[in-house]
Design a protein around this ligand. Structure first.
Ligand SMILES: [Ca+2]
Ligand SMILES: [Ca+2]
Length: 172
């Protein structure tokens, strides 16, 4: 199992070595959060604490590479679970009647309640963009896609200008 992730083991090792200042093969407890961040993870303090506690690490302990890599693996999974969890929570917030689907009305209600402006048509349009099975509602899977897109969309890809303003010169 270790073999198939040799690439990530290498980067783990690099991060570990960076914080193993005196090259004893152990890093200090206090350096663990920073080492985690140097690997591009951004766990909350409580996640880090949980992992350290689960490995019986106390504030004056050192962490060896084996412990380090197993703790990193845990942090990675708990990070994923957290995203999934918050996504579920968001879905439940939208799905007001709890039938497992987000209707345009439900979307409209939640968006308007959060202080944003959205028309009924826009709500329908938004849903139809991700409504793969065209039932007019967002299922859990469709909702996940919806959020992925939302997060991944870089800011410079503004789809189109306000459609009410159509005075753009037509180049022929
Ligand atoms: Ca619903
Ligand atoms: Ca659907």
């Amino acid at each position: 199992m270790a073999a198939e992730m040799s690439g990530s083991v290498q980067s783990l090792k690099r991060a570990f070595d960076m914080f193993d200042y005196d090259k004893t093969g152990e890093i200090n407890f206090v350096d663990f959060p920073e080492a985690v961040q140097s690997l591009g993870l951004n766990p909350t303090n409580s996640q880090v604490e949980q992992v350290l506690e689960a490995n019986n690490k106390e504030a004056d302990d050192k962490i060896n590479f084996d412990e380090f890599s197993s703790m990193m693996a845990k942090l990675e999974t708990s990070g994923k679970e957290e995203t999934e969890e918050s996504l579920r929570a968001a879905f439940m917030k939208f799905d007001r009647d709890g039938n497992g689907y987000i209707s345009p009305d439900e979307l409209l209600y939640v968006v308007c309640n959060s202080g944003e402006k959205l028309s009924r048509e826009e709500a329908e349009e938004l849903i139809s963009m991700f409504d793969k099975n065209a039932d007019g509602q967002l299922s859990w899977e469709e909702f996940v896609e919806f959020f992925k897109c939302d997060k991944e969309a870089p800011e410079d890809t503004i789809p189109e200008e306000d459609t009410t303003d159509e005075h753009t010169s037509t180049t022929t």
